[in-house]
Design a protein around this ligand. Structure first.
Ligand code: 13P
Length: 256
């Protein structure tokens, strides 16, 4: 089996950017630029309040809309939170879970990442599960241990049949928003490690079918060489996804 057996996914993570009206414009512009580019799945993950205008703007195009987080309970007294069924009813197909900014600033742990992933999968969402080492961990030479542990804990108890809706995003924290990109070799090495852990957990076939993205300062200039790597099946893009022309060039790079 090889890369051809899995879907390449180019996803934008807008983070806390774009108002609803700005979102409508940006989604339309992106959709126009990526029209017919069916060599990869194109996803824009947007702030909750942008979902309605983003979904409307993406209707009838090949752009799918995602959310940036989801709560693990179905409903109840969780002020400020959003459930998986709220997202699906709004037309959301994807959701990011476990982004390093959630882990760093909002107390997200592997346990809550695991719970959110399960809730999202059970509601029929596709999950972009983010993990990756911080700089000190890379410098200490424990990247493999860290990403292996995160992969195991974040996927704990998730049945094999749901893995078709799990996308892993390897995002080295030191490369996010810093302009420092992992080299293609570094990205390939860690994506291969993650695939190896999935193989141990679920077997080779599922591991080979799982999309593993790279994220961290991916842009129109460096996307092609990152995406050329055997185990890098797409990208999760922050800053460059806010500029439709740049994002569309990354989508172009994924058409090969
Ligand atoms: P940047 O592309 O801005 O580095 O962000 C990456 C990221 O965090 C995507 O989730």
């Amino acid at each position: 089996m090889n890369k051809a057996t899995r879907k390449t996914i180019i996803a934008g993570n807008w983070k806390m950017n774009m108002t609803p009206s700005e979102a409508a414009v940006a989604v339309k512009e992106t959709a126009e630029l990526v029209k017919g580019k069916n060599g990869c799945e194109v996803v824009l993950c947007v702030p909750y309040v942008d979902i309605a205008t983003a979904v409307a703007a993406a209707a009838g195009t090949n752009v799918k809309i995602g959310a940036e987080n989801v709560h693990f309970e179905a409903k109840g007294a969780y002020t400020g939170e959003i459930s998986a069924s709220m997202l699906t009813e709004c037309g959301v197909e994807y959701v990011i879970v476990g982004h390093s900014e959630r882990r760093q600033y909002f107390g997200e742990t592997d346990k809550t990442v695991n719970l959110r992933t399960k809730a999202a999968l059970n509601a029929g969402l596709k999950v972009i599960l983010c993990l990756g080492e911080v700089l000190e961990e890379r410098q200490a030479g424990i990247t493999e241990e860290i990403v292996s542990m995160q992969t195991k804990l974040d996927l704990a108890g998730i049945p094999a049949e749901q893995m078709k809706n799990v996308i892993i995003a390897y995002e080295p924290v030191w490369a996010i928003g810093t302009g420092l990109t992992a080299t293609p070799e570094q990205a390939e090495e860690v994506c291969a490690i993650i695939r190896g852990v999935i193989a141990k957990l679920y077997g080779e076939e599922i591991a080979e079918a799982t999309t593993i993205q790279y994220g961290g300062s991916m842009n129109d200039a460096n996307a092609a060489e990152l995406l050329a790597k055997k185990n890098v099946d797409g990208g999760l893009i922050g800053g460059a996804s806010l500029v439709p022309a740049k994002f569309a060039k990354i989508v172009d790079a994924a058409q090969a």
